[in-house]
Write a protein that binds this ligand. Structure first.
Ligand code: ATP
Length: 319
């Protein structure tokens, strides 16, 4: 293999730039040419492809977002779209592709692999919702952004007697809510994996109020429903004044944490190693602090699971 490509796809995540840098530098280290594809699979079909040198990834390790931009493309889900992408890769003599993104992006990568085009995936999403890796690139940064925001809301919470509902991202996964709830001592956490816990939240709020608790923080994962709806339901059920904050897109941006930069560097470099080693159709990941790889088919058919021990602990510590 003499030429490889790299693209970012799906939602952006802090640390994607560090992963791009690792891919480019590791490939050049092995005397392989690297091509950056802008705007994800859309840019691939459009032929938005440019050679990247060592300097092209200078001064980006600390930046959020992705210098290659990201996009979602319906056309790429079709057979014709994928063939169009492969034609562009062939035109540029690119022999292998690294895709940094979430599970949707890996479905696209799997389709290319099935059509005989070798692809390796790097998990980049703040949601931490991918099987086969303990952490995805961007999760730690988003988590720290959430913690900072909750700390600020807590200042107001200690000054006013109210219930505070905070909606966090995570798509269908509860990891951002669970980890931020545990890290910030929230009274309750509502996550998609434990949908039936609403009555328990109400019971805990009532018990806390009866013993003189002045304020409570409830974290709602977006995957379980709207923070505003839950806020209303909580207020109706407890008759406690309730305020709702939806943190929104601030969770996706910002300079990546040291943890995300290191993870992105390790995973990006490992992806190059796999491609050069003749592997295809695999996602790199980290499990028990060891770099691993799994077939796309395997990780796409499995569901990421939350750490139940942490969920139980969050309840025990917020009695
Ligand atoms: P995030 O978790 O941040 O949303 P993602 O990678 O899951 O990231 P998606 O929008 O689901 O984001 O997927 C990104 C792109 O991957 C899609 O816009 C589409 O072009 C491509 N893609 C998704 N599913 C498929 C599929 N089944 N076949 C081919 N391509 C796909």
């Amino acid at each position: 293999m003499k030429k490889i490509g790299v693209l970012t796809s799906g939602g952006d995540a802090p640390g994607m730039n560090a992963a791009i840098r690792a891919v480019v530098r590791k490939a050049i280290y092995h005397e392989i040419e690297v091509f950056g594809i802008k705007n994800g699979f859309q840019g691939l079909m459009d032929g938005n492809i440019n050679k990247m040198g060592i300097g092209s990834v200078g001064d980006i390790i600390q930046r959020g977002g992705t210098i290659l931009y990201s996009a979602r493309s319906e056309e790429f889900k079709t057979d014709a779209g994928q063939k169009k992408g492969i034609e562009q890769l062939k035109k540029h003599e690119i022999e292998g592709l690294i895709i940094i993104g979430g599970d949707g992006s890996f479905r696209g990568a799997q389709k290319l692999t099935e059509k005989g085009y070798p692809c390796i995936g790097v998990p980049g999403t703040i949601d931490n919702d991918i099987a086969g890796t303990d952490f995805t690139i961007g999760f730690d940064t988003a988590l720290n952004t959430i913690i900072e925001a909750i700390d600020k809301i807590r200042d107001t919470a200690t000054s006013h007697e109210r219930t505070y509902v905070i909606e966090v991202m995570g798509r269908d996964a509860g990891d951002l809510a669970l980890w931020s709830g545990l890290a910030d001592g929230a009274e309750s956490i509502l996550i998609p994996e434990k949908k039936d816990d609403f009555n328990d939240v109400i019971d805990r709020l009532k018990r806390g109020h009866e013993r003189g608790k002045k304020h409570s923080i409830i974290i709602v994962a977006e995957g379980v429903g709207s923070g505003f709806e839950y806020g209303q339901r909580i207020q109706d059920a407890t008759e406690l004044e309730t305020r709702v904050t939806v943190l929104g897109y601030i969770q996706r941006g910002g300079s990546p944490t040291a943890s995300d930069r290191v993870l992105a560097s390790r995973l990006g470099a490992k992806a190059v190693d796999l491609l050069l080693g003749g592997k295809a159709g695999k996602m790199v990941g980290i499990q028990h602090n060891k770099l691993v790889d799994h077939d796309f088919m395997e990780i796409l058919s499995e569901k990421h699971v939350i750490n139940n021990e942490m969920y139980v602990l969050s309840k025990e510590l917020s009695i």
